[in-house]
Design a protein around this ligand. Structure first.
Ligand SMILES: O=P(O)(O)OC[C@H]1O[C@H](O[C@H]2O[C@H](CO)[C@@H](O)[C@H](O)[C@H]2O)[C@H](O)[C@@H](O)[C@@H]1O
Length: 354
């Protein structure tokens, strides 16, 4: 207790700014947990103090957002007999954060875990990427996809009462199944393209900045830019945005996301998918949503409002969140997904024959 208080004081004094905490890229073992392989540092080394402070803060945060791995049994007790629907974010959740967004591949192990989960529960991926891009990365067909932060959804051919039919197109997927494509930001497409071109033109002079076309929204990446150029990137983005009053800015992980100002986000996409999957009227549906970013908070909010479901934030650091549970990184997401699929297999095989 005393130690926690002391570490909070260190924190308040700004000792954090000297943090040397390595950002794990997902699938490597978590260094801080692997105490056996650590060279024991000097206890008074400022880095050790910072690392202890971070650990203590994280431990404290975990009391409000317990690990979904350590809470797994308890969660599954609540889930028994309920219809679980799984929602997954992509970047930072299924794939580790990497410098080059074009290289954010999903490891094969993760692909098989998602495949297993999708074989047991309806599963959807809701991403900020374009729907095609996220499909390319994931390469699974038995999964529903929502791209552009939910503004581009491919779903079963059941139009939810709450949605506007003018945004829906009935078509067939690659397997010949009827599907609905729902795109509530269609009318913004020409202007989105215009903004994309302007951003490309304006930011090309800043080394390390790239602009990603996510179809109904645009990402301006600055992870590979020099830190002293960050304000310039923001300034360029803001000046373009000022000319497009129907659009707004969201801040993600070293990315500025420009999107149309419509009342539609990942939370709406979650509700839309639940309806199209036929769970609108069920009181026993239990959505599980796993995500790492600010835009995932909209989905956490929906789960919180429903009063049923599990929201899980992927984070190595304590963060302000509406999520009830946490996982540290994509490697823990992988473990969670495998346990979930195994739990379902075991619970269906232990059912008495009828
Ligand atoms: O909703 P998501 O699937 O999490 O997408 C959010 C953004 O993710 C991607 O950017 C982030 O991941 C990149 C690859 O690891 C990383 O380089 C970048 O710094 C992160 O912000 C994606 O490229 C964006 O378009 C998405 O908006």
């Amino acid at each position: 207790m005393m130690r926690t208080k002391l570490l909070k004081v260190y924190n308040a004094l700004g000792i954090f700014k000297y943090s040397s905490n390595p950002q794990t890229t997902g699938f490597a073992p978590n260094i801080r947990n692997d105490k056996s392989s650590m060279v024991r540092p000097e206890p008074c080394d400022p880095k050790t103090v910072v690392s202890n402070a971070e650990d203590a803060n994280y431990e404290e945060w975990l009391t409000d957002h317990p690990s979904a791995l350590t809470s797994f049994e308890e969660m599954m007790c609540t889930a028994k007999g309920k219809k679980i629907v799984v929602f997954l974010d992509y970047d930072g959740t299924l794939s580790p954060i990497v410098d080059n967004p074009d290289l954010a591949f999903m490891p094969d192990m993760m692909r098989s875990a998602v495949r297993e989960v999708a074989g047991n529960f309806p599963t959807a991926i809701i991403s900020g990427r374009s729907r095609n891009k996220v499909h390319e990365f994931v390469q699974l067909n038995d999964v529903y996809y929502a791209g552009s932060h939910g503004m581009d959804i491919i779903a079963p051919p059941r139009r939810p009462k709450s949605s506007d039919s003018k945004y829906s197109t009935l078509t067939v997927d690659k397997k010949g199944n009827e599907v609905i494509i729902f795109q509530p930001a269609q009318e913004f497409l020409p202007e989105t393209l215009e903004i994309y071109n302007e951003l490309e033109e304006e930011t090309k002079v800043i080394e390390g900045v790239t602009v990603e076309d996510n179809r109904f929204c645009i990402s301006v990446h600055f992870r590979r830019a020099r830190e002293e150029d960050y304000p310039l990137v923001e300034q360029k983005v803001m000046s373009i945005l000022a000319k497009h009053s129907r659009f707004h800015l969201n801040r993600g992980r070293k990315v500025f996301e420009i999107r149309p100002s419509i009342k539609w986000n990942k939370g709406n996409a979650l509700e839309y998918l639940l309806e199209t999957l036929g769970f609108a009227e069920s009181s026993d549906v239990l959505p599980i949503y796993i995500g790492d970013d600010r835009t995932d908070e909209d989905a956490f909010k929906v789960i919180q409002k429903r009063g049923q479901g599990f929201s899980i934030l992927v984070s190595l650091k304590p963060k302000e969140t509406r999520a009830s549970y946490s996982l540290r990184d994509p490697s823990e997401v992988l473990t969670f997904l495998l346990r979930l699929a195994k739990w379902r297999r075991n619970s269906s095989s232990s059912k008495p024959a009828t």
